[in-house]
Design a protein around this ligand. Structure first.
Ligand code: GDP
Length: 296
C-alpha cells in the first residue's frame, strides 16, 4: 500500500501529527519501518542496530517543523544520519607523494578488481594527465595477466609485463624499479584474488604491501555479495592496511545497503562505485545518492 519509505513513515507517524514533538513512544512504529527498510536494502543486522540507536538519539525531542509533515521530517533525520555515517565529503584518491604514487588493488576473485583498476587508471589519466604504469601480480591465472594487458591497451596506459613463472614480490620489485627509472607518476598494482580468503593470499598481499608502501590500498567489494562481503572486509581490514573501498556492481538490483555496512565495519571511506561493465562506468562516491537508494 505504501511503496516508498516517506509514505510508510508518514503513515506510521500520523498519530503524532498534532503533538509536535518526537518521543521514544510515538516513534516506535516509525523506527520499525526504518529498520525494515535498512534490512530490505541488505544492511548488516549489527549495523542496523547501531544506526537505529543513533537515529533515535537524534530524533527524540525533535520538534516537527510546521512546513514539513512528520514523515518528511523523519526521513530527513534518517537520510542525514545515513549521509554522515557513510562519509559526508567525497573522498578522492591521494596521489600527493613523490612519484611513483603506488595504488594496490585487493579483493576476492570475481568482485571486479581488475576492471576497477582499469576504470580508475583511466579516471586518473583523464583527470590528472598522469603518466601511468599498470602491472599484474596474479601469477595463478595467466588469463588475469592477459586481461589486464588488454585493458591497458583500451585505456591507453603502459603495461608492465609479468608471467606465471615469476613470484609476486619479484614482479612488484621490478615494476617499481621500472616505474622509478622511466619516471611514471602512478603505478597501479593488481593482486591475485581467490574465491575465499586464505592465509597464503593474505601473506602474499601483505608482503606486496610492505614492499611497495602504497599511498592507497583499495579494497574492492562486490555490492551483490551481502553478508559475505561484510565478513570478507572485516578480515581484510584486520590483516592489512586499507585506505579506501571501491563498491562494484552498484548497477545491479541491490539497494547498496552494503555501503553503510562497509563504512561502519571498516571505518574506511568508500572512494568509488562501479556502475557497469564499461570502463567509463565509474563514479566518485556520493553518499546522498546511495542514501536515497537505501531508503528506496
Ligand atoms: P576480478 O576477478 O575481481 O578481477 O574481477 P573482474 O574485473 O574480472 O570482473 C568480474 C566481472 O564483473 C566481469 O564480467 C566485469 O565486467 C564485471 N564487473 C566489474 N565491475 C562491474 C560493475 O561495476 N558493474 C557490472 N555490472 N559488472 C561489473
Amino acid at each position: 500500500m505504501f511503496n516508498n519509505l516517506t509514505q510508510r513513515l508518514s503513515h506510521s507517524l500520523r498519530k503524532i501529527i498534532n503533538k509536535g514533538r518526537l518521543t521514544e513512544d510515538n516513534i516506535k512504529d516509525t523506527i520499525r519501518e526504518v529498520r525494515k527498510a535498512l534490512l530490505e536494502a541488505d544492511v548488516t543486522l549489527s549495523v542496523v542496530q547501531t544506526f537505529i540507536d543513533n537515529v533515535k538519539k537524534k530524533a527524540i525531542g525533535y520538534e516537527i517543523n510546521k512546513s514539513l509533515t512528520p514523515g518528511q521530517e523523519f526521513v530527513k533525520i534518517v537520510k542525514n544520519e545515513l549521509i554522515v555515517s557513510m562519509g559526508e565529503k567525497n573522498n578522492s584518491l591521494n596521489l600527493s607523494i613523490a612519484p611513483p604514487a603506488i595504488i594496490l588493488f585487493i579483493g576476492l576473485q570475481g568482485v571486479g578488481k581488475t576492471t576497477s583498476l582499469a576504470k580508475i587508471g583511466q579516471w586518473i589519466k583523464n583527470k590528472y594527465k598522469k603518466k601511468i604504469l599498470i602491472v599484474s601480480t596474479d601469477i595463478y591465472r595467466a588469463a588475469a595477466i592477459k586481461q589486464l594487458q588488454i585493458l591497458s591497451k583500451q585505456i591507453e596506459v603502459d603495461f608492465f609485463e609479468s608471467s606465471t613463472n615469476e613470484i609476486p614480490i619479484e614482479i612488484t620489485k621490478k615494476a617499481i624499479h621500472h616505474a622509478q627509472k622511466k619516471l611514471y607518476d602512478v603505478l597501479l598494482i593488481d593482486t591475485a584474488g581467490r574465491l575465499h580468503i586464505d592465509q597464503k593470499m593474505m601473506d602474499e598481499i601483505s608482503a606486496i604491501q610492505t614492499l611497495s608502501n602504497p599511498i592507497e590500498t583499495l579494497l574492492i567489494v562486490d555490492s551483490m555479495m551481502g553478508q559475505d562481503a561484510v565478513n570478507m572486509a572485516k578480515i581484510f581490514n584486520k590483516k592489512l592496511f586499507i585506505s579506501g573501498i571501491v563498491l562494484t556492481k552498484t548497477d545491479s538490483d541491490s539497494r547498496s545497503g552494503i555501503a553503510l555496512s562497509m563504512r561502519y565495519i571498516t571505518g574506511k571511506p568508500i572512494k568509488f562505485i562501479g556502475t557497469g561493465e564499461k570502463l567509463t562506468s565509474l563514479e566518485i562516491f556520493h553518499p546522498e545518492r546511495i542514501a536515497n537508494r537505501i531508503l528506496g
